[in-house]
Design a protein around this ligand. Structure first.
Ligand SMILES: CC1(C)CN=C(N2CCN(c3ncnc4sc(CC(F)F)cc34)CC2)S1
Length: 496
């Protein structure tokens, strides 16, 4: 076995066949604690094989088998299958890339990375449904020549690891992936596509994306992976879905165990979305002796604030979704207001559809549903009488308004206005009057914006009457825009 089969040599043949979750966790632990770096190709093939066998050709009648200890039994992953696929990946990469052509051995070059990306890219099936599930692993690539956009980026990094380039690492935003390389990891290169119908920019640096302030490039604050964080990315990408409505329990349990292993080794601390994924799994089946999922959602938000200048939206929508599912509506409003405080820093561009859909669902489905549910209640503690809830909602809507300001693409349209107006008009004037808008001007001084109750919503008189016509709606939008024009930065505080 030559040196770069190290990943395999260390693997103790006796660990195979891997036929239960503890065996897989042992393999990952051994790889993560081994002297050299974890072997991305080996680990991606193993989890890909398990996911594929348990989700892709499952006869519905087969029940979950467990052994006497209740451990979910997995289809045995034979050593020779894994080794054959591993050898195939090495052969593809080393067969296609003649390293003597790429000068410096120490650091990768842009040309080398583009070459590896081309090798993967040109070996993919001509046309297939790119958004399908289970296309993220090297198992999918090696057995079906299919990868999704994340899978291509991961395969390029795994390919560069095969060639011995320890400087090439995965860079992750909330909806895209690329690579960093070179001395100090200062260079960036696109290696995969994004979205539908967009020309890929493979080989190019990601600079322009950051300059345009599009959410897709998270204002220059992506997750820059270490090798163990690349393992966390492949584990996060495990997809337990059997179909649109059900999941393979063993795959979800495996993902949960592997994420806890990575968490305990400290490899999730700088990876908010992986913590969010773990929280989602814990919400469904809590692990004894582990923090509650609510604490994990909070950890993800704290990680994003600490390491990524609070430029990430998903930690707050993970958290808001949790609160919403658990009918903690005021807490959900606060998380969504925090999510809007992040997006206000960006300019909405055509590549940002995913986060647009996220805010659209919150504003036009989730919040209206909450307003409907609480309107029937008559408790004095109702959120309709709580000025802090009104303040959270104003901060949420204002963040979306500010997102639109200065953007090349409009965000709001009449479809947003109706639910927005309907929501705001559910709060009576005396509740709204308790919200004080603090404006921070350019020079950092603060002034109290006109009191919200003074800006009586046009078309209403006593704050009790409801808005009627469409121009009332437009007038409200104008009033909100005017309010957001008044000051550079608004902070809505409710006075006690
Ligand atoms: C609050 C939500 C709607 C729930 N799930 C969310 N996810 C966000 C995306 N997820 C992720 N989880 C771990 N790592 C990554 S890297 C990435 C970008 C891709 F192009 F590489 C996405 C992503 C997992 C699922 S956000």
């Amino acid at each position: 076995l030559n040196c770069d089969m190290a990943g395999f040599r260390e693997v103790d043949r006796r660990q195979f066949p891997l036929q239960d979750i503890p065996a897989i966790v042992r393999l990952f632990k051994q790889q993560l604690e081994s002297v050299s770096e974890p072997d991305l190709a080996l680990l991606s093939i193993v989890v890909g094989a398990i996911e594929n066998s348990l989700t892709c050709n499952r006869t519905i009648t087969v029940q979950k088998e467990t052994d006497t200890f209740g451990e979910a039994k997995l289809p045995a992953i034979e050593y020779h299958i894994t080794e054959a696929l591993y050898t195939k990946f090495h052969a593809i990469i080393k067969g296609a890339v003649d390293l003597s052509q790429y000068g410096s051995k120490k650091f990768a070059s842009r040309e080398l990375i583009k070459k590896v990306s081309d090798v993967i890219w040109n070996s993919l099936t001509r046309s297939y449904y790119k958004d399908r599930a289970h296309l993220q692993s090297l198992y999918s690539y090696l057995t079906g020549n299919k990868l999704d956009c994340f899978g291509v980026a991961f395969a390029v990094v795994a390919g560069c690891q095969v060639l011995g380039f320890r400087d090439v690492h995965l860079a992750l935003s909330e909806d895209h992936a690329w690579v960093v390389f070179g001395e100090g990891g200062k260079e960036t290169a696109e290696v995969t596509w994004h979205g539908k119908g967009n020309e890929d920019k493979r080989g190019q640096p990601i600079g322009p994306g950051v300059v345009s302030k599009s959410w897709l490039y998270v204002n220059g604050c992506p997750v820059i992976c270490t090798r163990p964080m690349e393992v966390a990315a492949l584990v996060s990408a495990i997809n337990p879905s059997l179909n649109a409505t059900s999941e393979a329990m063993e795959v979800a349990l495996l993902q949960q165990e592997l994420l806890w292993l990575l968490y305990d080794l400290g490899h999730l601390s700088h990876y908010p979305m992986a913590i969010g994924n773990l929280s989602d799994l814990e919400e469904v089946s809590p692990s004894p002796g582990r923090p509650p999922c609510a604490a994990l959602f909070q950890e993800a938000a704290t990680s994003a604030r600490t390491y990524y200048r609070n430029q990430h939206v998903y930690p707050y929508t993970y958290q808001g979704g949790y609160f919403y599912r658990h009918k903690l509506y005021k807490e959900a409003f606060e998380s969504w207001a925090n999510a809007a405080d992040v997006i206000r820093l960006y300019n909405y561009s055509r590549d940002d559809e995913e986060i647009y859909k996220e805010f659209l669902e919150i504003a036009n489905e989730l919040i209206p549903h909450i307003m409907k549910v609480v309107s029937s209640g008559h408790s004095a503690r109702s959120i309709l009488k709580d000025p802090e809830c009104f303040a959270y909602l104003l901060r949420f809507y204002d963040g979306i308004c500010q997102w639109e300001e200065g953007s090349p693409t409009p965000v709001l349209h009449i479809g947003w206005a109706k639910p927005l107006v309907n929501t705001i008009s559910k709060f009576d004037a005396d509740v709204r009057a308790q919200v004080v808008i603090i404006c921070q001007n350019e020079d950092g001084t603060e002034s109290t914006g006109e009191n919200v109750s003074d800006t009586t919503v046009p078309g209403t008189t006593d704050g009790k009457s409801k808005l009627k016509s469409e121009d009332d709606v437009n007038a409200v939008i104008a009033a909100l825009d005017e309010a957001s024009d008044d000051c550079d930065k608004q902070k809505y505080l409710s006075n006690e």
